[in-house]
Design a binder for this molecule. Structure first.
Ligand code: IPE
Ligand code: IPE
Ligand code: MG
Length: 228
């Protein structure tokens, strides 16, 4: 089977990675920056067109205010530190999710990363930040209610954060949890799912390549009956 056009990753297990080492949870988030680079390089090597990384869910606000604040600071640092190299590698950056409620300096870093990478087209890297699948569907429904357009799959999609983003072919989740946690609910209708026990900070481009191999051995049916 072909290379997945869109791979989406639920980057989970930072806290447990840190706890296993007797470190504060935040050290796990810090170590996750290397894994982001690994995933991006894995996607570039494989020739994937879209890579989405779930960084912060609408439910992650339930964590302590210290952890939330530290995560937002880290996202800003990652965006500012990584974008120049990403641009050099032909990567365009997008961020999906609710901007409202994010610190203004983070919103500025997002706008800047999107702006300076806008001419790149080798890989589209989408950060899902303050993102919830239900919230995205609600946003689309409200958009339709206002516009009065007929309700179709296409018109619903037009109300999503990034209408041009194709559905993920493959969703990877690290740290062994078997759930979607409100990630890309509409778009994951026929995604293949692959879960690894590896904690996110230990994720490598080799493991990314392995996930693609597993995907390539899968049979996607989309509700039909395979031709034999
Ligand atoms: C994923 O790691 C990062 C975010 C959700 C922001 P976690 O922080 O959820 O790590 P665990 O699941 O507690 O190990
Ligand atoms: C999912 O991880 C969200 C992100 C990776 C950003 P969580 O750690 O928040 O998921 P649950 O709470 O275990 O479902
Ligand atoms: Mg978690």
């Amino acid at each position: 089977m072909s290379i997945p056009r869109h791979v989406a990753i639920i980057m989970d297990g930072n806290g447990r990675w840190a706890e296993a080492r007797g470190l504060p949870r935040f050290r796990g988030h810090l170590a996750g920056q290397d894994a982001i680079r690994e995933a991006v390089n894995g996607a570039l090597d494989a020739g994937v067109e879209w890579l989405t990384l779930f960084a912060f869910s609408t439910e992650n606000w339930r964590r302590s205010s210290e952890e939330v604040k530290a995560l937002f600071e880290l996202f800003e640092i990652v965006l500012r530190e990584e974008t120049p190299q990403l641009v050099e590698n032909g990567v365009r950056v997008f961020i999906i999710g609710e901007r409202e409620g994010l610190p203004s300096s983070l919103k500025e870093a997002i706008a800047e990363a999107e702006q300076i990478s806008r001419k790149q087209s080798k890989l589209n890297l989408v950060g899902a930040l303050n993102y919830g699948g239900r919230q995205e569907i609600l946003k689309a429904a409200r958009h339709l209610q206002r516009s009065g357009e007929p309700v179709t799959e296409e018109s619903i999609r037009r109300g999503f954060y990034l209408p041009q983003m194709p559905d993920p072919d493959l969703i990877i989740r690290t740290s062994g949890e078997l759930r979607l946690s409100n990630f890309l609910l509409w778009q994951s209708a026929y995604s293949e799912i692959w879960v690894t026990d590896t904690y996110w900070p230990d994720f490598t481009k080799e493991e990314f390549a392995r996930a693609i191999e597993v995907y390539q051995a899968r049979e996607r049916r989309f509700g039909g009956i395979p031709q034999r």
